[in-house]
Write a protein that binds this ligand. Structure first.
Ligand code: GDP
Ligand code: MN
Length: 398
């Protein structure tokens, strides 16, 4: 689960990681009030207005702007709130901005040597260890640094049995070329950051940039945090940070029915039990000349209700020209699924796209018979190849 920059910074602050202070606002008036409060609390006169969306690259897309007085705070907040922000991570349609973070300007005017670093922590699955990645090329896209100058990325792996050791935090501060007070600040920063990452069961923390000011303060200017969904039950407070407005509405609806759904761009909707079979089904759709409109795993216990919820979800996608249902009856019996399909079909009423149902496994013949005798516009197939051919046929006549 992704969270916003302002939420990530709240977490960092709780763990003693110094941050660029800010206050979130949903209207230009709130932004002005926030700026006034920040001036009182931090002494800052200038403010940065930062779009809060679940995507990086906001700066380049015009979602991060510097305001030198309160009029500009109001004007820029007005521009950014409500805008459709396009970055390299949002896709061409962009994302609507609902909130901004009004933050203190930490790049002191006249500061001749602010230095931007990159720091992230994530799980290295191949090694089975967390890895801290550090680079002196802060503020840049780390993917680009990795591609063009991989030697500028420093990696430190953490043994889970002993945790982050003091010498490792010092190695990172040393890799940044720091000394004196800034070195000490960085060691503290890395140590606290790692503690926050562990405690929150995060799968990624990315701070880009980490800023060193000319008076040797080290602070997080940005914060991208990805929390492990499977651990959220241990963190009620973190689970509450979820912002449904940032997620695909169909995916939100799917998660309410406990369906595993990912929206894609194609024209053939598919409903499958089991993630592996779902992927194989998507391959079959491609082989037969279609493009999958979604990934949908209805899980092991497919029944009339889950089938209906799945149908409704798929049908909300206007691109869908055909639906392929591919169920392997292992635990669940095919006749039960077939009855579920027929029932769901009747409940929904008008379904204008052809549906191909491929049932295999326990009571497959019985399932096929139920489908064939239902009198509905549903085609049954027993073999996967046959199902693929039928998808091809219905797409040709669609
Ligand atoms: P991102 O573009 O989504 O990664 O958003 P960031 O929070 O990283 O901000 C983008 C850029 O805005 C940073 O790399 C900085 O160069 C700039 N920026 C952020 N905060 C400040 C600030 O307080 N003052 C100034 N002058 N620039 C800032
Ligand atoms: Mn950033």
């Amino acid at each position: 689960m992704n969270i916003h920059e302002y939420q990530a910074k709240d977490i960092l602050k709780r763990y003693g990681v110094r941050i660029q202070e800010g206050i979130v606002a949903e209207t230009p008036e709130e932004a002005v009030a926030a700026a006034k409060r920040l001036t009182e609390e931090t002494g800052t006169g200038w403010h940065v207005i930062k779009a809060q969306i679940h995507a990086g690259g906001r700066g380049k897309g015009g979602g991060v702007k510097l305001a030198k007085n309160l009029e500009q705070v109001k004007e820029l907040a007005g521009q950014i709130i409500g805008m459709q922000l396009v970055t390299h991570q949002t896709g061409p349609e962009g994302k609507k901005v609902n909130k901004v973070l009004v933050a203190q300007d930490v790049y002191y005017p006249g500061d001749s040597e602010p230095k931007e670093f990159y720091l992230s922590i994530l799980l290295d699955r191949a090694k089975g260890q967390n890895v801290i990645m550090a680079s002196t090329e802060g503020g840049m896209d780390i993917e680009e640094v990795a591609e063009h100058t991989p030697d500028k990325i420093f990696k430190e792996w953490i043994d889970p049995a002993v945790g982050l050791q003091g010498f490792q935090a010092r190695k990172i501060a040393f890799a940044f070329g720091l000394e004196g007070e800034a070195f000490k600040e960085m060691v503290k920063f890395v140590t606290n950051l790692y503690k926050a990452y562990l405690d929150t069961d995060a799968s990624m923390f990315e701070i880009n940039p980490v800023l060193k000011t000319s008076d040797n303060k080290i602070l997080a200017v940005d914060g991208k945090v990805d929390l492990d969904d499977n651990a959220l039950f241990r963190h009620k407070d973190l689970a509450d940070l979820r912002d449904l407005a940032e997620e695909d509405p169909l995916e939100v609806e799917a998660s309410k029915s406990n369906l595993n759904y990912v929206k894609l761009d194609g024209n053939v909707g598919c409903m499958v039990n089991g993630a592996g079979l779902a992927m194989a089904t998507m391959d079959i759709i491609k082989l037969s000349g279609g493009e999958p409109a979604n990934f949908l795993d209805v899980g092991g216990g497919a029944n009339a209700q889950t089938v209906e919820a799945g149908f409704r979800l798929i049908l909300q996608d206007p691109n869908v020209k055909a639906i392929l249902i591919n169920i392997f009856g292992g635990i669940v019996r095919c006749d039960r699924v077939a009855n579920g399909v027929v029932e769901a079909y009747k409940n929904i009423g008008t379904i204008n796209v052809p549906i191909i149902v491929r049932l295999q496994g326990t009571n497959a013949e019985e399932g096929a018979r139920i489908i064939d005798e239902s009198g509905l516009k549903v085609f049954s197939a027993v073999a996967l190849k046959e199902a693929a051919q039928k998808v091809k046929d219905v797409l040709a006549t669609a």
